[in-house]
Design a binder for this molecule. Structure first.
Ligand code: GH3
Ligand code: MG
Ligand code: MG
Ligand code: MG
Length: 300
């Protein structure tokens, strides 16, 4: 661990520093609270061992400053104090300290407390890791690996707010595999799954990096084109439909004998306004029109 020790008493600082280093940790030493805060910001230590009474920023203020940052990773704080009255201990813990050690400092006591610190910081690091993994998982469709509807809702809200603020347009395309129920009926559900994965990969590969590609539901995909007009988005979708046709996945249940898509486009323009929900509805209505007009096409 990286351990920051702060104490305005040079003797006490040396004892603490030696104990930290003997325990095998990297030690940063500060002669007062302000210096400690500077080192903290620069080095993000795992543990802070701080004296209570220091000129300038005292231990209590240092605790509060560290806690108010709400950093991703937890900093374990040990207060060093000769003030071991009950009230003082409570004030220290309330300010954000995890533990306290009374002065004069016994190096063995500090080593023991650092073992606890290691346990707690490891726990927090694990927690942060799982939180990140779960958050990614919650936004990913397991079959296709594309982003899912939750991520779409978040991204769309952000894009919409940005577009309103800067007066920019953007377009959405809702697309749906043609006669996919028949595909499952003829080839089986597992083959259907494989086809959906192939379609998803083709859509993702064909789209630009800045375009969003999401699995909206069953065999429906949603594409988001930031800054793009209706006609530009239509051209993009025509290419996407080409890319899926180029996969040449045999489909006996489709008149063409191959797996194909239909799509509907809608656009947000700052002049007309409108909410993302309405845009999704409009793209869905355009998709319905594409289906009604014979499928395998893009409608506005
Ligand atoms: P249309 O051309 O009008 O879109 O006809 P369709 O048959 O594609 O439309 P429908 O909504 O009737 O059928 C969609 C089918 O997609 C039904 C459902 O079983 C299938 N489906 C949805 N999700 C999955 C999936 O994850 N895997 C597989 N294999 N099939 C799925
Ligand atoms: Mg002091
Ligand atoms: Mg369909
Ligand atoms: Mg459908």
């Amino acid at each position: 661990m990286k351990v920051l020790v702060a104490d305005d008493d040079p003797g006490s600082l040396l004892v603490a520093q030696a104990a930290v280093e003997r325990a095998g940790h990297d030690c940063l030493a500060a002669a007062n609270g302000d210096e400690a805060w500077g080192l903290y910001l620069e080095h993000q230590p795992d543990v802070v061992v701080t004296d209570w009474m220091m000129p300038g920023m005292d231990g209590l203020a240092l605790c509060r400053a560290i806690r108010s940052r709400g950093a991703d990773l937890y900093t374990y704080i040990v207060m060093l104090t000769s003030q071991d009255s009950r009230d003082d201990v409570l004030a220290g813990i309330e300010a954000g300290a995890d533990d306290y050690v009374t002065k004069p400092l016994d190096p063995f006591v500090l080593r023991a407390r650092l073992l606890v610190a290691l346990r707690i910081t490891t726990l927090h690091a694990d927690l942060a890791h799982y939180r990140k993994v779960l958050s990614q998982q919650a936004r990913t469709d397991p079959l296709t690996g594309l982003h899912n509807r939750l991520k779409l809702a978040e991204d769309l809200e952000q894009l919409h707010a940005r577009s309103v603020r800067y007066g920019e347009q953007y377009s959405l395309a809702m697309c749906d595999v043609d006669n996919f129920k028949a595909y499952n009926d003829v080839y089986g559900h597992q083959a259907g799954d494989l086809a959906l994965r192939a379609v998803a990969a083709a859509l993702r590969a064909q789209a630009r990096k800045s375009d969003g590609v999401y699995r909206f539901g069953g065999e429906e995909f949603l594409l988001v084109f930031p800054h793009q007009s209706l006609l530009r988005a239509k051209a993009c979708m025509e290419r996407a439909l080409d890319a899926v046709r180029d996969l040449a996945i045999p489909h006996r249940g489709d008149p063409s004998g191959q797996l194909r898509l239909s799509a509907g486009i809608s656009t947000f323009s700052p002049a007309q306004g409108g909410e993302p929900e309405a845009l999704l509805g409009a793209a869905d209505a355009a998709l319905y029109a594409a289906k009604a007009a014979g499928r395998n096409r893009v409608e506005l």
